[in-house]
Design a protein around this ligand. Structure first.
Ligand SMILES: Cc1cc2nc3c(=O)[nH]c(=O)nc-3n(C[C@H](O)[C@H](O)[C@H](O)COP(=O)(O)OP(=O)(O)OC[C@H]3O[C@@H](n4cnc5c(N)ncnc54)[C@H](O)[C@@H]3O)c2cc1C
Length: 403
């Protein structure tokens, strides 16, 4: 098979690349390959922030435009023990989707706009411009896109850095617990688990699954580095579910890992480029990666558009610069710097201060939806957060005195 662009991975990064590229070059021969048959299972909370929805809107591929069931997000809630604060807005802060359904719809849209989709094609070898799949198919491509997620075969076969950090997660979908309102789309981040040494949070997102309103729950551990962590994470998640009144029997826990952003290693060569999670574009503090996958797909398409237009090779430095110019890339850098503090030895104090401080939760929600925080706002938030930190530190010192 001969194509202009071979995209490995039919997730949001790969489909966004295809949709953007076909908008630029409607006659390009764009082939998407995935090891799975769609709809494929994708363990995920499924929350897409407002800026991710705007990026999808630019290619007319929001969940609403694709006719995919979704839950508009009306509030973001942060909890730590007894402290809880919520940020609400009338306009949706984002949307929660069932990933298998959303990703399949996105891939169908790419096909409707001119891409070809090759399911059950697992990439196993890469030699220059030639790709080989596990079913014996060989493909020649002018350019290759690695959009194959956390365990990216393209990244490994191209010899790019494999050492970056992995977050660890467990996800489960359940019915609503007593008193939980799934009709109102709330994203809840419960940081109570930092008290037992988890470097992350438990989430409860109102979602839709198999046509029914329910709740996506799970636990995210940014470091995911220690031996025996899997058991510890599961115990912490079970504890959080019990505290909420969610019966844990018969639940199917799905463990997973994420390639979170850390360093700025190479993400392209003359014949290929990486985008989405294959390029480690996942927020180390929140674990969010769908929106980053969509926007990086746009930049990948722009680079490929230049290649198709001029016949030149991919320019790795130009592609890296364009990624670095993204606002979300600056966020990723900030998150990578923040993560060791937020989830460090003082995590309990930070978490308690955050959950107590309405202005900090409001600012966190603004960050999530992609709003700029001006200097004045940062100072105001810093002041009230600082005061909450002092109160949290005092109450933590008082409780250790009592012990
Ligand atoms: C438990 C969990 C919860 C999460 N919750 C959220 C959330 O609520 N919000 C959010 O924004 N992000 C969340 N994320 C992160 C988000 O799921 C990813 O960052 C996002 O899916 C990345 O998109 P992608 O297109 O780069 O990769 P993927 O969506 O992973 O797509 C990669 C595709 O490549 C295919 N593939 C892999 N290897 C090969 C191969 N060798 N050959 C061919 N095809 C291959 C796969 O089948 C897959 O279809 C979560 C992640 C996890 C693990």
């Amino acid at each position: 098979m001969n194509v202009d662009v071979a995209i490995v991975g039919a997730g949001p990064a790969g489909c966004s690349t295809a949709l953007h590229l076909l908008a630029l070059h409607p006659r390009a021969r764009v082939a998407i390959f995935d090891r799975a048959r769609l709809p494929r299972e994708k363990p995920c909370g499924g929350a897409i922030s407002r800026w991710g929805l705007s990026a999808l809107d630019a290619i007319d591929a929001t969940p609403a435009a694709l006719g995919v069931a979704h839950v508009p997000v009306s509030a973001v809630r942060v909890r730590h023990g007894a402290h809880v604060n919520e940020h609400r807005e009338d306009e949706p802060l984002g949307a929660v989707v069932e990933r298998a359904v959303f990703d399949a719809a996105l891939a169908r849209e790419a096909v409707a706009r001119g891409a070809t989709l090759h399911e059950e094609h697992r990439l196993v070898a890469l030699d220059g411009h030639t790709l080989a799949f596990d079913n014996g198919v060989q493909v020649q491509a002018r350019a290759i896109v690695g959009a194959d997620g956390t365990g990216s075969a393209v990244r490994r076969l191209a010899g790019f850095d494999e050492k970056g950090p992995r977050a660890r997660l467990i996800v489960v979908e359940t019915d609503a617990a007593p008193g939980e309102d799934v009709e109102r789309g709330v994203l809840e981040f419960d940081l109570t688990c930092v008290d037992r040494g988890i470097d992350g949070y438990v989430w409860h997102f109102a979602t839709t699954f198999a046509g029914k309103r329910c709740v996506s729950r799970g636990i995210f551990d940014w470091r995911g580095r220690r031996q025996g962590d899997g058991k510890e994470l599961r115990t912490a998640l079970l504890e959080a579910l019990a505290a909420r009144g969610v019966p844990a029997s018969k639940l199917r826990f799905k463990p997973y890992s994420e390639r979170v952003f850390a360093t700025e290693g190479p993400v392209a060569s003359g014949s290929l480029l990486l985008c989405g999670e294959a390029a480690a574009l996942v927020d180390p503090v929140t674990g969010e990666g769908i929106a980053q996958a969509v926007v990086s797909g746009k930049l990948a398409a722009e680079e490929l558009g230049r290649v198709l237009g001029s016949g030149a090779a991919i320019d790795p430095a130009r592609y890296a610069r364009s990624l670095e110019s993204l606002r979300c890339y600056r966020h990723l850098r900030q998150s990578a710097a923040l993560a060791p503090h937020v989830y460090g030895p003082r995590a309990s104090v930070w978490a308690s201060a955050l959950a107590r401080t309405r202005t900090a939760v409001d600012a966190g929600a603004d960050w999530y939806v992609g709003r700029e925080l001006g200097t004045r706002r940062k100072v105001e938030v810093g002041a009230s957060f600082g005061w909450s930190l002092v109160r949290a530190a005092l109450s933590s010192a008082r409780s250790s005195d009592r012990l």
